[in-house]
Design a protein around this ligand. Structure first.
Ligand code: NAD
Length: 397
């Protein structure tokens, strides 16, 4: 390994992205726009990797990548690649991330960290070994980079809600409500790890831990599959993951959270909702109005109390100074731009990104405990404590 692979080199950082479908497109958009809006170290969108040579070449040209390739192993071995951005499905996360970190490449990997706790532990071990050499790693829990949610975390940390008693997190979608929707990698345990649980409860659980700056200590959970068989390429196939999941979470400092997620909630498209209730105030957020945060100040005279709508578009709000004048709203895709902005700055500054692989593993441990609880008739299951969890505090200006 050369020093140019472990530290920011004296040339633009070379970026490779693996996967060019949903997340590949969202991440490409972020790489394309970040330098227009934020001061970041110089980088080049070098290679986009996929399996179908023609399709990935077309995507590379459309999304601003200089080249395309079909073998991720060859790409991570290249001297001119410094950053590997993994936008591939969960079953590939561990293999690619561990190989890329061993090759001295900084790694951004999509959520959830892995398909299993065992894979997640191996990824944490690889990240810790690489970190000693200055190689950075990060998990793509992008909702941390929605300005309203980053601001909510600041308000909670500043004590504006007093002591947090209760959180409610729900994430509802309906793309599997149609029982004729076909089989896909997301519906097979061996490729997805779990269903709505790993796919969207992972976001909700990360948000609970992030907003409260706390960790889940025990859970009670339930998984359910409503459509147990779907049309596969070779005929009907059993669905081996959950369509929906429910859990109550105990947090280390005494708060209790509820999480409910579904991919069959007819009419709900991508509804992530967070509600936080403390002794002195409350916050609510709905991803369908991503620029808005609702805050109730419980110290106001009771006859004046009510949820105030904060339009999180002031330059004082997290990330907003990079965008437009007040009130010129931003959207879902901007959180990906903020994510690569923070990742690039951490690489340049020699600081560890958050969410770290340890934080990704802590979510993975909660997911595993919910699965174990569901299998044990909703029994209360302790969450394995991580010996070392990185501090998730960040700066945004
Ligand atoms: N942060 C978010 O909000 C968010 C949203 C959706 C998905 N995700 C996560 O992103 C990841 C990818 O999900 P997606 O929705 O983009 O999936 P997708 O099915 O849309 O795309 C997967 C991509 O991986 C590529 N791929 C598969 N095997 C490959 C291989 N061997 N070599 C190279 N490329 C390969 C496919 O060609 C495809 O381009 C998952 O971990 C998912 O959980 C995150």
């Amino acid at each position: 390994m050369t020093s140019s692979q472990t530290l920011a080199p004296h040339r633009p950082l070379g970026v490779a992205a693996i996967g060019y479908a949903f997340m590949g497109k969202a991440h490409s958009h972020a790489w394309r726009t970040v330098a227009n809006h934020f001061d970041v170290p110089a980088f080049e969108q070098k290679v986009l990797v996929g399996r179908d040579a023609d399709a990935v070449a077309a995507a590379a040209s459309k999304y601003g990548w200089s080249e395309s390739a079909t073998d991720w192993r060859e790409v991570i071995a290249r001297e001119d690649i410094d950053i590997v951005d993994i936008c591939a499905p969960g079953w590939l996360h561990a293999e690619i991330a561990i190989a890329a970190l061993a090759a001295g490449k900084h790694v951004l990997v999509e959520k959830p960290l892995a398909n299993t706790v065992e894979e997640g532990k191996a990824m944490v071990a690889a990240a810790q070994k690489a970190r000693v050499k200055g190689v950075r790693s990060m998990v793509g829990f992008t909702y941390r980079r929605i300005p309203a949610l980053a601001f909510a975390r600041q308000l909670i940390a500043d004590g504006k809600l007093g002591t947090i008693r209760q959180a409610r997190a729900s994430y509802l979608q309906d793309w599997l409500a149609d029982e004729n929707a076909p089989m896909a990698w997301r519906l097979r345990k061996e490729t997805a790890g779990s269903g709505a649980l790993g796919d969207i409860a992972s976001h909700a659980i990360d948000q609970v831990q992030y907003l409260l700056n706390d960790t889940v200590s025990e859970v009670s959970g339930r998984l359910h599959t409503f459509v147990t068989e779907r049309a596969g390429p070779h005929g009907p196939e059993p669905v081996t993951v959950d369509d929906a999941a429910w859990a109550t979470l105990s947090l280390s400092r005494g708060a209790v959270a509820s999480v409910d997620v579904s991919r069959v909630a007819l009419g709900q498209k991508n509804a992530l909702r967070m509600e936080i209730y403390g002794t002195a105030g409350s916050l609510t957020f709905n991803l369908e109005s991503p620029n808005e945060l609702y805050f109730l100040d419980g110290t106001d005279p009771v006859e004046l109390q009510g949820f105030r709508r904060i339009l999180v578009t002031e330059p004082e709000h997290p990330y907003i100074s990079g965008w437009w004048p007040q009130g010129h709203v931003i959207g879902w895709e901007h959180s990906f731009t903020h994510q690569v902005r923070d990742f690039l700055l951490d690489i340049a500054n020699g600081t560890d990104p958050s969410p770290s692989f340890e934080e990704g593993l802590s979510v993975q441990n909660v997911l595993a405990a919910i699965e174990a609880s569901s299998a044990a008739s909703c029994a209360t299951i302790p969450v394995v404590e991580l010996a070392e969890t990185a501090d998730s505090s960040r700066s945004f200006s």
